[in-house]
Design a binder for this molecule. Structure first.
Ligand SMILES: CC(C)(COP(=O)(O)OP(=O)(O)OC[C@H]1O[C@@H](n2cnc3c(N)ncnc32)[C@H](O)[C@@H]1OP(=O)(O)O)[C@@H](O)C(=O)NCCC(=O)NCCS
Length: 169
């Protein structure tokens, strides 16, 4: 758990993960709106937390603030990432990577063998993060994003081999 705390050491206290609660939704949506052009609504998150038995959401908390979050749906032995974001002023500290690692660990814990996600083809930052964590592109969903008809790159990662490498957050 402590292996990769290097990037934490320059900060007063360590950021920590916990399950997303309904009380977190307003703060999560603030990040969601700054991160995505077609953000999920508060109701969408509430529905995920209260009615979707396949959904698992975590938040990253630092100094009492929610600075990131992510979620997945577990469908049999596949984990589908729904969203992941870090509040803009906290990006570039390795915390997005920690979030993704935590989601991968959660997926493995829940019995997933593979993980998938979609990412805008223009989102170089996220694509590099995913590739670093063992995701590889398998195809394109044409005009997947309704706001600008941008294509989505579909990525998968195996969770059962050495490709599930990296730090354990
Ligand atoms: C994608 C996102 C979660 C990354 O979070 P982050 O905390 O900034 O990322 P990290 O600091 O953990 O960086 C991890 C890796 O991501 C990639 N990365 C991060 N910032 C990058 C940048 N500006 N340019 C290119 N790659 C970048 C790198 O591979 C980096 O590893 P490295 O530092 O060893 O090079 C964050 O940028 C974000 O919230 N973006 C808006 C929402 C979004 O696009 N979500 C993904 C939707 S599919």
């Amino acid at each position: 758990m402590m292996q990769s705390s290097q990037s934490y050491q320059q900060f007063a206290s360590a950021p920590r993960f916990r399950s997303m609660q309904q009380d977190d939704i307003a703060a999560v949506c603030t990040i969601e709106r700054e991160a995505f052009t077609t953000p999920w609504s508060e109701d969408a998150f509430r529905n995920e937390l209260t009615h979707n038995q396949y959904a698992h959401y975590i938040v990253l908390e630092y100094d009492g603030l929610i600075v990131g979050y992510g979620g997945l749906w577990l469908i049999i032995d596949e984990a589908h990432i729904t969203n992941v974001a870090v509040k803009s002023e906290y990006r570039g500290r390795g915390w997005g990577e920690k979030l993704m690692q935590r989601l991968k660990e959660t997926a493995v814990f829940l019995g997933a063998r593979r993980m998938t996600l979609e990412v805008r083809v223009s989102n170089t930052r996220a694509k590099q993060l995913y590739e670093k964590l063992g995701f590889y592109g398998v195809g394109i969903r044409k005009e997947y994003y309704t706001d600008n008809r941008e294509d989505a790159l579909i990525m998968w990662a195996n969770l059962t081999s050495d490709s599930n490498r990296g730090d354990s957050a």
